[in-house]
Design a protein around this ligand. Structure first.
Ligand code: DNO
Length: 396
């Protein structure tokens, strides 16, 4: 498994040199300066790739080429956006980057209610808290019909929570939820998010799924010809928010999209933290079932709570069986080698706690601190090293 590291480009507080120090050999990045929906020029790709290679690193994965909302709603300028997406894929292939991660989440990319949830050791984690989310949805956004989406107990706690919050806390909660987290496409205000939500609710789950499949039918042949493996990132969190449809939250969803357009270029990002925020997603079973289609993996852990809330735990703590998952992924790589397949599965430590000097430091991307991910990667590397050593010994 190649150890990779997400980098947000030249403005990232973590430099390419830091990535080398962390011991990763692959970089996961995007052309963040190109507006969503525009085609990525080959020259820009080559320039970024040269910067990465100048540090002795490899550009392993594009995360992400974001999809314009028009593609998800199949309205407005969607045809032009799909044509641009194809152009970007051709250029990514021509630049020699083999894997492209993307997502099909409506309105918002990943969402949390707190970006500095204090853990007992005083480090900070990202957290999604159902009560806070409902408080925002029902009492601040005042989304039509929102009250019916929550059970009465939760609604009562949400009301209490809302009433106890100061103006500053309310503002911060709103900003955390709708202003967009790093790598996400959408930043909204209350008006614009209400309109976007209404449009997708109208579309419904099967409507959104049909749009995903139509997108795949259009772009997967182009990706295949360009030598690019696409891998869809799951919904984060993997359940409906704001009453919105969700189509990449479960193993059944993954099955359906792989079956819709079978191709070595139509694959998955197995994000352990996202799929793993649902107790009914068995990550190890998914790694075994979808093995050949897994083109990229995010290794991250969560601690789940009964009402759907969760916080991001240390990489080897939490509810996900990280060792079992890594074992299944190593088995898949062995299977690929036996089959003559040369593509292995790039992994990255996903998110990390905020600790040490980075607490309170300006400009650190939430979830993407240096020290927190360094710790996560080192722990994961320990698991990899152990499992690989034991396998080698078994063969001797
Ligand atoms: C969050 C990330 C997501 C992911 C996109 C992929 O940390 O995992 O923003 O990059 O959803 O398109």
């Amino acid at each position: 498994m190649q150890e990779t590291w997400r980098w947000f480009g030249p403005d990232d507080t973590v430099s390419l040199q830091n990535i080398v120090q962390a011991g990763a050999s692959g970089v996961v990045t995007s052309l963040h300066h190109i507006p969503t929906g525009e085609a990525w020029p080959l020259a820009e790709l080559q320039k970024r790739k040269a910067e990465i290679e100048a540090q002795g690193l490899e550009w392993s994965v594009v995360e992400s080429i974001p999809l314009h909302n028009d593609i998800k709603t199949r309205s407005g300028d969607y045809q032009r956006h799909i044509d641009n997406y194809k152009e970007s894929l051709r250029n990514v292939g021509a630049a020699g980057v083999a894997v492209v991660c993307y997502n099909f989440m409506p309105v918002l990319d990943w969402t949390r209610t707190s970006l500095d949830y204090e853990l007992p050791n005083a480090s900070r984690a990202l957290r999604f808290e159902m009560t806070d989310f409902a408080a925002y949805d029902v009492y601040m956004l005042e989304r039509a019909g929102a009250g019916e989406d929550y059970d009465p107990d939760l609604l009562a706690s949400a009301r209490q929570r809302f009433e106890a919050m100061s103006e500053g806390e309310r503002k911060l909660l709103e900003q955390n939820i709708i202003a967009g987290l790093p790598g996400g496409e959408g930043a909204y205000d209350r008006e614009s998010i209400r309109a976007a939500i209404a449009e997708f609710i109208e579309l419904g789950t099967e409507g959104l799924r049909a749009h995903l499949f139509a997108f795949l039918e259009a772009v997967i042949p182009v990706a295949e010809a360009a030598g690019v493996r696409m891998c869809i990132h799951p919904d984060d969190p993997p359940f409906s928010l704001f009453g919105l449809p969700r189509v990449v939250s479960t193993a059944a969803d993954a099955h359906a999209l792989l079956d819709a357009v079978p191709s070595p270029s139509n694959g998955l990002t197995l994000c352990a933290g996202s799929y793993g925020a649902r107790g009914d997603n068995d990550l190890t079973a998914m790694a075994r079932e979808f093995g050949p289609a897994i083109h990229f993996v995010h290794l991250r852990n969560v601690k789940r709570e009964p009402d759907g809330s969760f916080f991001e735990a240390e990489h080897l703590a939490g509810d996900n069986d990280m060792v079992g998952l890594i074992e299944a992924l190593l088995d898949e790589e062995t299977r690929r080698r036996a089959e003559g397949r040369s593509d292995m599965i790039p992994m990255r430590p996903d998110h990390g706690h905020l600790l040490g000097d980075e607490i309170g430091k300006a400009g650190v991307n939430p979830g993407y601190s240096f020290a927190g991910r360094l710790k996560g990667l080192a722990e994961l590397r320990g698991v990899l090293h152990t499992l690989e050593t034991l396998r080698r010994r078994d063969q001797e």
